[in-house]
Design a protein around this ligand. Sequence first.
Ligand code: GDP
Length: 261
Amino acid sequence: KAWYPGHVQKAKRQIRENLKKIDIVVIVLDARAPVATTSFEMKIFKDKQRVFLLNKTDLADSEYNKKWACEIAKLYPTLLVNKDTNRKELLTFLKSIPTKYANPRIAVVGVPNVGKSTIINKILGRHKAKTGAQPGITRGVQWVNVEGFTVLDSPGILFSEIFSKDIAAKLLLIGSLPIENVDDEIFDYAFKIYASAAGVQKDIVQFLEEYGRSRGLLKKGGQVDYEKAKTLFFKEVSEGKHGRLTYDTEFEKFWEVLKNG
Ligand code: GDP
């Protein structure tokens, strides 16, 4: 099942065109799901220098944050970041990347909603919100000079190419998959992953019954509005309102996905 029918081709074309000019790709992952957020077509970056930012660490388990950073750093420069990371920290990291390029051209890439625009804004020292960019609305692509780098002022939006239930469920849990595009099988599976990480014993029906009632999400007759409860609950989970949770915990899977993508 294709989750992003219209956008995918266009986004891919844009990335391919810009890729020719890029020296270093800054791959933004969500620290809650480093495997699921790596499940894109990695081979388009085959001959590019790669570095990783593990973002949204404020929403992920702090022990796993450290473990994931150590693991990925075995092969690539890696930095843990979150909404409080400042411009200086990002620039210091970028400057520390060993590279043969004198004035490397850098692009920030990743799956939807991992925080690419937020990071570009910080690198460029831009305070005004220019987040949530969508493929297609960017007009002319701009390159901006920043202290020894040339940065592409447009996020490279990547789409998951590995359509497993597990990856889809985790992308849903971190808000990288639009809720409208998700079928019940994935919701059920995502809830199981959430429940296991959060230590919740209930099944999805039981849980949403109580959750919906406590939030007053009721239909006319007084029964819980299951659809509303489901939508709100998964939105809240993705925003970290139900705990700091890391869903991907298997390091080997990361290298496997990286190799096969
Ligand atoms: P993009 O789609 O990858 O460009 O992601 P955005 O930069 O638009 O960010 C998506 C959402 O995540 C926005 O609501 C941001 O405010 C939020 N966000 C970005 N980085 C972080 C972070 O480190 N922590 C938290 N809690 N939220 C973040």
